[in-house]
Design a protein around this ligand. Structure first.
Ligand SMILES: Nc1ncnc2c1ncn2[C@@H]1O[C@H](COP(=O)(O)OP(=O)(O)O)[C@@H](O)[C@H]1O
Ligand SMILES: [Mg+2]
Length: 248
């Protein structure tokens, strides 16, 4: 068994008096796709953000993509190169063209030459199915296209691990599928992924493992067929019922 690519141990995170994460332990192996589910406010985003130190844990250790993230001496820039993140709100630079959104990080962070960065950007755009839009500004694209560009931007950096925080929650329903399609292909190609999502069909079909976060701890986890169709805890049962049958 190889070393896990993500190892979270005894993770606590508080914002002032509000204790959001109360002792989370997770190991993820290379190539694994983990979907993180749970009620709004349960700490899903906080947990994800602790993996790449966008939030600093109050207590505990995080290792990710070969970096000891919680070590005070960690080279955080090097670590973040290896860990891509995709947000609900795309976070593209609105004043830059689509191509420059993907080219500039490669040049600034990786020091790549222009020709190489441009060639790579075009490859990544083609891979996510957004071609012919290189000169457009983000606002000229649909939400689904913008999110696919955000994924292309992250992949252009050559990450070993990808974090997704509700990547389809800001999209009109008819645009969700095209983004999930890109993520599914990435999973098929062997990328290690942690995905916060409410898309239960995606979780069922693509995840190797589902984690249910509630009250600051992972209160249930396992293969999607177990957690999503036959939850054991009352909390998971209640949550899944509310997600799957919102009108009840
Ligand atoms: N920067 C912050 N400062 C204070 N409270 C925060 C901050 N970020 C998140 N929280 C709080 O932590 C809790 C968990 O938030 P979050 O991780 O965003 O939950 P989720 O993603 O599961 O909806 C919420 O109560 C939220 O208000
Ligand atoms: Mg969130």
């Amino acid at each position: 068994m190889s070393e896990p690519i993500v190892k979270i141990a005894g993770l606590h995170k508080a914002f002032g008096d509000l204790e959001v994460l109360k002792g989370v332990d997770v190991s993820i192996r290379e190539g694994e796709v983990v979907c993180l589910i749970g009620p709004s406010g349960s700490g899903k985003s906080t947990l994800l953000r602790c993996v790449n130190m966008l939030e600093e844990p109050t207590q505990g250790t995080v290792e990710a993509a070969g970096h000891s993230m919680t070590d005070p001496d960690v080279d955080i820039d090097a670590a973040r190169r290896d860990i891509g993140m995709v947000f609900q709100q795309f976070n593209l630079f609105s004043h830059l063209s689509i191509l420059d959104n993907i080219v500039l990080p490669q040049r600034r962070v990786l020091g790549r030459g222009k020709a190489e960065a441009v060639a790579n950007a075009r490859r990544q755009l083609e891979a996510v199915g957004v071609e012919g839009k290189e000169k457009a500004k983000p606002a000229q694209l649909s939400g689904g296209q913008q999110q696919r560009v955000a994924i292309a931007r992250a992949l252009a950096m050559g990450p070993r691990l990808m974090l997704f925080d509700e990547p389809t929650s800001a999209l009109d329903p008819e645009l969700v599928g095209e983004v999930l399609h890109v993520m599914r292909r990435l999973a098929d190609e062997g990328m290690t992924m942690i995905v916060v999502t409410h898309e239960m069909d995606f979780a069922k079909e693509v995840a190797d493992r589902v984690l249910f976060l509630s009250d600051g701890v992972i209160c249930e986890q396992g293969p999607p067929a177990d957690v999503l169709t036959d939850p054991k805890t009352e909390r998971a049962k209640g949550f899944l019922h509310r997600v799957l049958h919102p009108a009840d």
